[in-house]
Write a protein that binds this ligand. Structure first.
Ligand SMILES: [Zn+2]
Length: 392
């Protein structure tokens, strides 16, 4: 199929180092696809430690074969987090340390592959986790392998692959932050944005809250007036919460889950709601947190309990982020393509590193669509230039 033939390289340009690098990865396109497929075929739901550890071990061996120093940060509830260091002798060193950041867990339960097999069709590799973010891990492996082959590993590289990103990164956050603080820049291999492969220079911060209303149960026929409906109270609170949305500031609030009541003929004594808050600016964090926490019962006979908080700060487009993006644009130009940028609502561990003020560029991974969905897939033709973009 024409689509799957390697990209033509202009022979006039072959002396150009960027074109040579691109051609190197074009010639290895199938290998990058094969690696991605291997990673996808080891299923890794965040909540299955044994499954995630299996992929961790597999990757530990792969990185070790490239000369990396492999260590696992043990956890009991999730897979062990994988750290790989590629140090550089001081006489060869030019440039500060780089952290390559990603995650090995996915949102898909074991057995998903049976209905959603990993396969190549229409110039794409399809399957659970192809985009988010097993192709990103494959790109890390192949870019580092290339630097080793070219003897061009000039700056120390640390790879951190955490196992709990899809469930909030609670057990890995301290490791991510500690390694980021030692780095000059953080490159996050999460999926790029859109089918043009834009990198992400801003991400919203994320907060999660849980609201519990306690009312008084009563028979809806015999004792209606003695009951205090938790569901009615919750409905009023939800309307109040919706007033906190400020689209101009990029502040959104979504009540995504509501539960309550026991039977149709009982005035409900309990209702719960879970809500997701997104903020574009760090300075809005304290304000929205205070607003949510200061909700008070409208029906004084009901009780309100609020838990949660802002758990990922926004990744703001700071001067450091903009400078890193500008550098990537220049590299992409040399490789013959225009690298766009995007601000997105979703959070990643890039929020944590950017929140510390470390220049962070996110969305350097695969190009595709359908993350977390049945049509998850990556564009195979984009793999070589993503690999060339990463570390050259
Ligand atoms: Zn991801």
């Amino acid at each position: 199929m024409a689509k799957n033939k390697p990209r033509e390289v202009n022979p006039k340009k072959i002396n150009d180092p960027a074109a040579r690098r691109l051609q190197y990865f074009e010639e290895r396109r199938q290998e990058i696809v094969d690696t991605t497929r291997q990673l996808v075929e080891i299923e890794t739901p965040s909540d299955d430690k044994r499954a995630v550890d299996r992929l961790g071990q597999f990757l530990g061996e792969k990185f070790s074969a490239l000369g990396g120093r492999v260590q696992f940060h043990r956890t009991t509830d999730f897979g062990d987090h994988l750290q790989v260091d590629f140090p550089v002798a001081s006489n060869k060193r030019s440039g500060g340390p780089i952290l390559l950041l990603g995650h090995i867990d996915t949102v898909y339960p074991i057995g998903t592959l049976a209905n959603m097999p990993c396969r190549v069709a229409d110039g794409r590799l399809w399957g659970p986790g192809t985009l988010d973010m097993k192709s990103g891990i494959a790109l890390m492996l192949h870019s580092i392998a290339a630097l080793q082959a070219w003897d061009e590993l000039w700056r120390p590289i640390t790879v951190l692959l955490v196992s709990d990103e899809e469930v909030g990164s609670d057990s890995s956050r301290h490791i991510t932050e500690a390694l980021a603080k030692k780095s000059q820049a953080v490159l996050v291999l999460e999926p790029s944005y859109g089918l043009h492969g834009a990198v992400k220079t801003a991400r919203k911060g994320v907060g999660v809250y849980s609201l519990k209303v306690t009312g008084i149960a009563a028979h809806s026929g015999l004792d209606f007036e003695k009951g205090q409906s938790a569901i009615l109270e919750m409905a009023r609170q939800i309307i109040k919460l919706s007033d906190f949305v400020d689209l101009k500031r990029g502040l959104t609030l979504n009540v995504g889950l509501v539960q309550g009541g026991t039977r149709v003929n009982v005035v409900p004594a309990e209702a719960t709601a879970d809500l997701d808050v997104r903020i574009a600016r760090m300075k809005d964090a304290a304000g929205i947190d205070r607003k949510v926490r200061s909700l008070r019962p409208i029906n004084r006979k009901c009780k309100l309990q609020i838990t949660g908080g802002i758990n990922r700060p926004p990744m703001e487009r700071t001067a450091g982020v903009a400078a890193l993006y500008a550098k990537a644009v220049k590299i992409a130009q040399g490789l013959g393509f225009k690298l766009e940028e995007a601000a997105v609502g979703g959070g990643s561990d890039g929020n944590l590193t950017a929140g510390l003020g470390i220049p962070t560029l996110d969305g350097l991974g695969g190009v595709g669509e359908g993350a977390h969905a049945t049509h998850e897939s990556i564009l195979i033709a984009e793999l070589p230039r993503r690999a060339a973009l990463l570390l050259t």
